[in-house]
Design a binder for this molecule. Structure first.
Ligand code: ADP
Ligand code: MG
Length: 262
């Protein structure tokens, strides 16, 4: 990816191995929704350039974990730090955090009344304070990179699901995030579109982007993950290499889960 003017952040993100520091750290995180205990003493470290795939049964807390990392959910106790700094509570600092932590959801969440190009320039101009020309140049580069360069002037509804999701990825990348979170990015897609999105994610991983990916795509987990985190009932039940997880899961919970999906 092209580093943009003044974007030390993106240069850092795309030169993995320059620092051993953790990019994301969760320590003893707890979260309730009313009586429901959805994150239970969750501790997790994501190092720079690492791809962590989070898998597990529905309702296990995977989405809440992702949302906690960019403070879309506020945790009850514990600590979360991005790049060594605790999550800001509000204001401009929080907006900057959200820009640093790119997020791609299951539903594409594009602005329906804006063109593809506008979707990818808006945040650059409003949050990153870039000029329109620079923002558009960057947007076109990213849209090319995810394979939808020719769709720039269309509206989201005119695109396929796979194309929309790739635009959503480009939009997040346009903010020069330090890390990308993907929460089941292919779950809403028709089967024939899943691979085009996974391929963009694989390329991103190869380029050194730090990523947390919640997915049921076990092929992706096996091939792209440095670590697999298995979450159930609000806890991290296993954290290991994909090889070990898929060939020799240590817990009954994981074995049971794998037997149902593989
Ligand atoms: P997963 O992504 O692994 O399916 P979630 O993090 O979405 O799990 O949900 C964990 C639990 O928290 C589930 O029982 C879910 O119903 C509950 N939950 C999620 N969001 C809310 C909310 N905003 N209010 C109340 N309960 C919620
Ligand atoms: Mg979820």
């Amino acid at each position: 990816m092209e580093p943009t003017s003044g974007a030390a952040v993106s240069e850092q993100t795309f030169t993995p191995g320059t620092s051993s520091r953790a990019l994301v750290e969760l320590r003893h995180v707890d979260k309730h929704f009313g009586p429901l205990h959805v994150l239970r003493d969750v501790s997790l470290t994501v190092d720079r350039g690492e791809v962590v795939v989070v898998i597990g049964p529905s309702g296990g807390g995977k989405s809440t974990l992702c949302r906690a990392i960019n403070r879309l959910e506020v945790i009850d106790s514990g600590e979360i730090a991005i790049d060594g700094r605790p999550l800001p509570a509000e204001g401009r600092e929080l907006a900057r955090l959200r820009a640093d932590v790119g997020m791609v959801f299951q539903s594409f969440n594009l602005f329906a009344h804006k063109t593809v190009l506008q979707n990818v320039t808006l945040g650059q101009i409003k949050v990153r304070r870039k000029g329109r020309k620079a923002a558009e140049e960057r947007a076109r580069g990213l849209l090319d990179r995810v394979g939808v360069g020719t769709q720039a002037d269309k509206y989201p509804a005119q695109l396929s699901g796979g194309q929309q999701q790739r635009v959503a990825i480009a939009r997040a990348l346009a903010m020069d995030p330090k890390i990308m979170l993907f929460d089941e990015p292919t779950s809403a897609l028709d089967p024939e579109m899943i691979n085009e999105v996974l391929e963009v994610m694989r390329q991103l991983a190869r380029d050194g982007m730090t990523m947390v990916v919640v997915t049921h795509e076990m092929g992706f987990a096996r091939s792209a993950a440095n670590h697999v985190v298995f979450m159930a009932d609000g806890r991290i039940v296993e954290e290991t290499t994909p090889d070990e997880f898929f060939t020799a899961p240590r817990t009954d919970r994981a074995r049971d889960f794998l037997s149902k999906i593989l």
